[in-house]
Design a protein around this ligand. Sequence first.
Ligand code: SF4
Length: 308
Amino acid sequence: MLPYPFAEYNECRLCPRNCGVDRTTGPTGYCRSGDQPLVASVCLHQGEEPVISGPAGICNVFFAHCNLQCVYCQNFQISRVKTENAFWITNQSQVIEQIIGLLAQGAKAVGFVTPTHFIPHVRSIVNELRRRGLFPVTVYNTNGYERIESLKSLEGLIDVYLPDFKYIDGKTASSFSAASDYPEVVGHALTEMYRQKGSNLIISEEGLAMNGMLIRHLVLPGFGSESIRILEWIAANLSNRLHVSIMSQYYPASCIAEGHPLKRRLHEDEYQLVLAALENLGFENGYIQELESEKHYRPDFSKAHPFG
Ligand code: SF4
């Protein structure tokens, strides 16, 4: 029996939603998560950026529910706070055993996906793996809506930060994620990650990211100019030597209503403007998705192997 090191759930202020609810008595906060993990899948994933997946694939732990609730969420099958599924893992020991099984199959990295509302469990899982003599590369794959204090609690436990930078306009953030403070919050969060990691992403000889940070940005249809402002912000406030991943995989998920401005795919011309800005700003490290790649990145969390 593991100790219960999760006092933060007693009055949860893990993320900027700052709910202050007691999660030990039930899922009452914005993320509708209690004090036991909600894990939709622990699986080997080859589809991340090459340095994140590595040659063997990354063991991804997909937490269910989310503190952001974007209207267009590409993983809406598991992120929606009203969703429950009898197949989800709600026991930390079981999560750890599945991770260990995938590490035994050759995975060298463990990714925590949408982990913000379960940060105490993330810390506990990494500590337990280390206690058992296992030191995979740990990847923190987040939407960027993070509190500085929570990120500080991960220092020394997370090797690679993989944050999104979704919006730089508060109106967009309010419309699509009910988080008008997202631009300010993500700016502070990225600055804290940068303080911890700097601009250098250390990559092993076999091509696996070992330490550092890589910022992801999903270009939304109709919002290319906001994407460009995001790149400008990174170059001006952090560094254009950082690794960035520009993603074109957006697709209008079935949760998007007909007539919504996001009910279409990205056009080639608007994507090319973003890529031109990337070059003009001097970014040289990172990844650019091909526009047609959106076909290949759709997980189906109703299946045992969501990316199969
Ligand atoms: S983690 Fe959940 S309960 Fe805690 S502050 Fe964020 S949204 Fe609220």
